[in-house]
Design a binder for this molecule. Sequence first.
Ligand code: ADP
Ligand code: MG
Length: 552
Amino acid sequence: MAPRDDLAGTLRSLDGASYGRYKSLSGAWSVAEQIGLEVLRVQADPFAPPSRVRLTVSDAGIPADLCATADRRRALASFLLRVLRRALRDSPVHVDAGGPEVLDRSAGTVRADGVVVVEVGVPFPGPKRRILGREAAGLLGETLPVAARGALCWDAVDQRAARAFVETVEDAVALRAALAGRGLVAFVADGAVLPRRSGVDDRPLERATPFAGPPEREVVLEAPNAGPVRGLGVPEGVTLIVGGGYHGKSTLLRALEAGVYDHVPGDGREQVVTRPDAVKLRAEDGRAVIHDDVSAFVAHLPSGEPTDDFSTTNASGSTSQAASTVEAVEAGADVLLIDEDTSATNMMIRDARMQQLIASEPLVPFVERVRPLHAEHGVSTVLVMGGSGDYLGVADTVIMMDAYRASDVTARAHEIAASGESRAVEHTGFPAVTPRVVDPASLDPTAKGKRRVTARGRDRLSFGDDDIDLGAVEQITDRSQVAGIGRALALLGDGVLDGTITLAEGLDLLDAELDRRGLEALLDGRSEDIARPRRHEVAAALNRLRSLRLRM
Ligand code: ADP
Ligand code: MG
């Protein structure tokens, strides 16, 4: 069907009609030269989530080299979305441009042929359930096309900023890709700004002390655009971040957590990169655990329940962290990131005195497993620990933070560990994590006969009859990623996890499908703001789905 024209005139003629008549706008319109507008979904009433409108700029004039790779297209799309969001900031239009991370988002794509497609949320005006025709005409016929023209066409944008944005992202991708070959789990460039303004403000802290890596751990990585980049290389194995309270330990770890994503220029963490399969772990008492093999960390339970097949609706701090640890390994994590601030103490340590006092401790502290986890399973750990010296002897690398400055204190730490009294070793090795096979019928997104997969913000996902609490899954970026996780769970339940393959194999298939088809693999023709999730956050949501069942 050819696009209709005169959207504005049509809207003006609908002025005063009942709100439901907005539905007649569905479909394609031509609103300006170069720009196609498609009304994808019309809200049922003025209080419903905004209507969804797609803008297609077929002749945006994007230079071919900026469309040449998927990473460049993702970066450019992110840049253009941010320009569009700024252009529309005084309007009610919602542009899902995201936070400081540069993710694949359904809100905006640059295709390989240079076509720019964005999808925005437009609240169709009609406070009294009557169409406000003139206002709607201004919004759809004027504001949107003008903003699109000024924000999505190459001749209108700040081309230097656009190129710098793309190059920054491309450099981060290259730095991250270089880690494994250099035996590193993370890299923090000298000069990086790690602290954020506050716990609720993700912008860089002003007047922060820039990061400077210790000379003993200095590495130089090659970025395709910035050239050689100098900084701290965090090696594989067991790395300890020590230091006094309030000296920047957690801030460094949080930067490593964020380093699985690329960041916008000006963020301060553009050249802080972590291996893509690095997973933050923490205690999360109250979470559900469904048939996890936690025997590596729990030898026996007072109830007599088997610990290689442990389920609970209400985990303790230590069992929740044990469960999250083996789940991360199951899902393919190769780096674990742990902070004493958010860990269960009895899961982390058991010192010499407690060993004397409590002979029958069922918990195997992480300090006993952290080395075999690397030696036998190739899983490295970066751990913030200022409160206990028990880890000094098991760490390959010890970084000290002192007034936000990093130094290498490995030799001194090993000296201290070798002298004086130390704890007795009670356990060795790290048992293989039993792979689980999910019953796909339990990944059912329907509730009361209707499909219900809804992100309720950054911390909660409604999935079928369940509400999944994601508050403790710290590497989730935003609500759109939660929406992507919901779609991924539905896809896993709808054919990927067939009741015979393991969860890890299912996650492999999910990743392959996402690499092949992009976000369309999750959207399947639907239109919604989603951002691409990692397999680890998808697995984390699945593991917290209280109605999950397994094939035994
Ligand atoms: P720790 O975990 O060692 O107790 P944090 O990482 O929580 O310390 O940092 C303590 C405070 O110092 C935080 O408010 C943080 O924002 C701030 N901070 C961290 N790194 C820097 C830095 N490089 N420059 C300035 N302030 C910083
Ligand atoms: Mg801390």
